[in-house]
Write a protein that binds this ligand. Structure first.
Ligand SMILES: Cc1cc2nc3c(=O)[nH]c(=O)nc-3n(C[C@H](O)[C@H](O)[C@H](O)COP(=O)(O)O)c2cc1C
Length: 170
């Protein structure tokens, strides 16, 4: 397996999404970065935040070929921390010194791990990620979703997780 890493962002560390990714990450033996522990401020046209944790986190991700984006569905979209991180990839488009870093995302494979209280991850949620990956030149590897309508219940997701893990290990 080429190396993988998970980028996790939820309003709580050990909630549904946290438990879901901890299970997947421990099976794969990969690191989980928790965006809530990082100081990453919202996109700024003037780039006054250039020295916050965004570039160090991105450099950590870029050491891996497979990047797993992990978030609950909050109002048909990702968590605020994940959205902030995605917005910041715009720094690569308009800060000359960072363009080289942005280009290194190309041809990496992106995956989504998500939870919600619906049968499936909302299509607008998945599609916004897919479009973003495409724009950044990344391949889309697929997603796995846990319906936590009745709480987090691992046995319900075993089959889907097994398939997802196999697709990452290919
Ligand atoms: C602010 C907020 C918005 C939510 N929006 C949605 C939604 O649009 N669709 C959905 O199915 N579930 C929604 N949920 C439910 C969460 O996706 C679900 O409970 C998820 O498993 C929570 O993961 P967490 O424990 O990591 O926060 C929302 C929950 C919160 C707190």
């Amino acid at each position: 397996m080429s190396s993988a890493i998970a980028l996790f962002a939820s309003a709580r560390r050990n909630g549904n999404t946290g438990q879901f990714i901890d299970w997947i990450a421990s099976t794969l033996g990969i690191q989980v970065i928790d965006l809530s522990e990082k100081n990453i401020s919202p996109y700024d046209y003037d780039h006054k935040n250039i020295n916050d944790d965004f570039i160090p986190v991105m450099n950590q991700l870029l050491r891996h070929e497979k990047i797993i984006f992990v978030t609950p569905v909050y109002w048909y979209g990702p968590s605020a921390q994940m959205k902030t991180f995605i917005d910041r990839t715009s720094d690569f488009l308009d800060v000359e010194e960072l363009k080289g870093i942005g280009k290194r995302l190309r041809n990496k494979t992106a995956y989504i791990v998500c939870t919600s209280i619906s049968d499936n991850a909302d299509s607008s949620f998945i599609n916004s990620f897919k479009s973003t990956f495409e724009y950044l030149g990344m391949n889309y590897g697929g997603h796995v979703h846990a319906n936590c309508e009745n709480g987090y219940n691992q046995v319900e997701y075993e089959e889907d997780v097994e398939k997802f893990i196999k697709s990452i290990q290919e």
